[in-house]
Design a protein around this ligand. Structure first.
Ligand code: ADP
Ligand code: MG
Length: 708
């Protein structure tokens, strides 16, 4: 094997030469070359994400294949790729590109490819040897996203065997794992005691203060939005120059905070001497995931002289993106997180207190250029009583259904003994297996079915995929493709802040719903998609109807991509079925095939009871067209739930009991605790061990129970 030559360094711009990583570039490329696995750690902002791929590129690694860099967040993948393309002076999508779900900005020339961890996982599925790549960099390992954790286990499994790592390659694949925290020992020992490269950081002290307004009781309210605004303004009027970074949890909150800040900033010039540079102006910039990328670019630009920048961001600014010039942090103490909610038995995006380690990370963002200050708006009591020490890895708190199916399709049959960096509780794995069994994606021995092989091809929630495949087998994919696309993009309905505008929007949205005939939120989505698509002036149509044109444009693109996947699969052995029911019920019946896990029955008044074994009491969300129509309903299915003081179901449609009658018993066959005890039994029979793992045996038990 020839090793890639280390070339001389020339054209870096001076800014990137200032980064801590720069002095170590030669040693780093050498370290990557010398070992199949390498752990790289370094403070956030030291240049790992933007610089290392460029060093490897210049060192000639791309002669042997592309360089992949994974990110848990799609915005991070896009923004960083933009930056690196700019640094390498090439148009985005050429040498440097990105790929995120439903958005591929790469070409044949792309050699440095930023991508989400989910996208790389899909590529492993198609090509487990990752033959296109010379280096795979798993970035932001400390975030502990589900897909990154799975990739880590997979790459360990596939490439720690030297024979496999070099099979069919001129140059063995190099795997680099990058992390901002010092979990390097754990990572290194997980990867067979591989070398660790620690980039020495330089940080300045950050003084942290606690507030008095937000205590443990304020978790349910959003009083913290007002509080951070007040604090940001206090900082602006009383602290010396330096930019502010505010941490909130999501788009609507961030927009609200920005509005409040604008209002305050408008009055400031009257109250203070405009010559005073610390109060002259505040440049307020939001930063969240679904923001248009051209707006995001502004975040990184230095403010005009004498103006203070105030970025109001989600957790994305904690580690994934580094904004230069930040001296003050205002920490709300909350984050939006996907958690498995045992009360309703589903994954729910919820606002929770951050961990202490997360709070330290946030504070650290103020100490990059000089000593900084971090204002925590919550009390010391909140810190002590409500904040956990560390953030629990996603793998231990969310549904594993999709990744277990992926592993199964990769031939990882015993998913319980897969090498996990941190093991999920066995019952979560069993829950995933049970779900896959319910969807007919695996058989009673835990092996992937033909349907499972088809399902894994779609980057969608398994239930939605199941419905789509049902529709396709009936030849009515045109009903489901748009619905699947609409449910995969950000919220399409505009919710104006001002009450009178809100009334106008509500009226329009209700009009769109009644157009469908029967009340059915899924059908409304389909109708909006079709009406907008067939309109001569689609953007005007959206404006008129208070619909987000940007979201609809994404939905059109997603629909095309899903259709392409489907067409490709239909070349294969694809199931064909016939439908002899009422045509007007086709959409709802297809939906039932995938959503039978989300069925609720009205118990009394406006209260519904879920049929998934949890028997949760739920209400129809006011945004649904079925809200206030409850009296006419009996059985419904729903897309997701929102938990506040009540549990709300959203995107709802009425169904008939007959459509789910044969599917519902599948939900009750066996309970996870029982499965878990079966799975813990020791396997003694050698023959049994060969083809029937522990998990296969309980699936067998499960199906036997069904026959009883
Ligand atoms: P790390 O991965 O070690 O946290 P990065 O490579 O993300 O560090 O960041 C290195 C530097 O690049 C930081 O100073 C950051 O501000 C800068 N940077 C990153 N992305 C952009 C961008 N889109 N625009 C301007 N500067 C950027
Ligand atoms: Mg980084």
């Amino acid at each position: 094997l020839t090793s890639p030559p280390i070339e001389t360094w020339d054209s870096e711009d001076s800014e990137s030469k200032q980064l801590p990583i720069y002095q170590h570039r030669n040693k780093l490329t050498q370290a990557v070359k010398n070992s199949p696995f390498l752990v790289v750690t370094g403070e956030t902002g030291s240049g790992k994400t933007t610089q290392l791929p460029q060093y490897l590129h210049r060192a000639g690694f791309c002669k042997y294949g592309k360089i992949a860099i994974t990110q848990p967040r799609r915005v991070a993948a896009i923004t960083v790729a933009q930056r690196v393309a700019q640094e390498m002076r090439c148009p985005l999508g050429r040498e440097v590109g990105y790929q995120v779900r439903f958005d591929d900005c790469t070409s044949q020339d792309t050699v440095v490819k930023y991508m989400t961890d989910g996208c790389l996982l899909r590529e492993v599925l198609a090509d487990p040897g990752l033959s296109q790549y010379s280096v795979v960099i798993l970035d932001e390992i400390h975030e502990r996203s589900l897909n990154t954790d799975i990739l880590l286990g997979l790459l360990k499994k596939i490439f720690s065997n030297p024979a496999k790592a070099t099979k069919g390659r001129a140059f063995p694949l190099k795997v680099v794992v990058m992390s901002a925290t010092l979990e390097s020992d754990k990572l290194s020992s997980f990867l067979g005691d591989c070398p660790v490269f620690a980039i020495p950081g330089r940080t300045f002290p950050v003084t942290c203060t606690f507030g008095s307004a937000i205590g443990p009781k304020d978790i349910e309210s959003t009083a913290y939005v007002k509080e951070v605004v007040k604090m940001a303004f206090d900082v602006h009027t009383s602290e010396v120059a330096g930019d502010i970074l505010v941490f909130l949890t999501g788009q609507s909150e961030i927009e609200r905070a920005c509005d409040l800040l604008f209002e305050k900033a408008e009055t400031v010039d009257y109250r203070f001497d405009v010559q005073d540079p610390t109060v002259e102006g505040l440049l307020i910039l939001p930063l969240y995931g679904s923001m248009p990328t051209d707006q995001q670019r502004q975040i990184f630009q230095p403010p005009p002289p004498g103006i203070r920048k105030c970025v109001v961001a989600t957790n994305i600014a904690a580690t994934s993106l580094t904004i230069n010039g930040i001296k003050y942090i205002i920490d709300s103490g909350f984050v939006k997180q996907l958690n498995h909610n045992s009360r309703v038995g589903m994954d729910i995006l919820e606002v929770v207190p951050i961990s202490k380690s997360e709070a330290q990370q946030r504070a650290g963002r103020a100490g990059r250029i000089s000593a900084g200050k971090c204002f925590r708006i919550y009390t010391k009591e909140f810190w002590e009583k409500s904040m956990p020490e560390y953030t629990i890895p996603e793998i231990q708190r969310t549904s594993l259904t999709a990744v277990v199916l992926t592993l199964k399709c990769l031939g990882v049959n015993d998913v319980i003994s897969f090498p996990y960096l941190d093991r999920p509780e066995e019952r979560f794995i069993l829950e995933a297996l049970k779900q896959l069994y319910q969807f007919d994606a695996i058989d009673r021995r835990g092996r992937v079915t033909q349907l499972g092989e088809l399902m894994v091809e779609f980057p969608l929630h398994p239930g939605l995929t199941r419905s789509l495949l049902k529709a396709a087998s009936l030849g009515c994919q045109d009903l489901l493709l748009p619905v699947a696309a609409m449910l995969s993009v950000e919220n399409i309905f505009i919710r104006p802040g001002r009450p009178e505008k809100q009334k106008e929007a509500d009226k329009k949205h209700r009009g769109l719903a009644t157009r469908v005939g029967s009340m059915n939120d899924f059908a409304t989505l389909l109708s909006i998609f079709q009406s907008c698509k067939s309109s001569d002036r689609p953007s005007a149509w959206c404006k008129e109807n208070w619909i987000h044109w940007r979201a609809l444009k994404s939905a059109f693109s997603v629909e095309t991509q899903l259709r392409e996947i489907l067409l490709r699969l239909q070349q294969r052995n694809f199931p064909v079925e016939t439908f002899d029911g009422n045509k007007s019920e086709l959409l709802r019946q297809c939906l039932c095939t995938g959503y039978f896990t989300n069925v609720a029955r009205r118990s009394m008044g406006k209260v519904f009871c879920t049929m998934d074994g949890h028997g949760s009491m739920v209400h129809i969300h006011p945004s649904s067209s079925l809200f206030d129509q409850e009296a006419e309903l009996n059985w419904v299915i729903f897309h997701d739930v929102l938990v506040t003081s009540r549990v709300y179901i959203r995107t709802v449609c009425p169904i008939r009991y007959e459509w789910v009658k044969d599917l519902l018993p599948k939900l009750h066959e066996v309970d996870v605790y029982e499965l878990s005890s079966v799975a813990r039994e020791e396997v003694t029979d050698k023959e049994m061990k060969k083809w029937e793992t522990r998990e296969a045996r309980f699936l067998l038990r499960m199906s036997q129970k069904k026959l009883e």
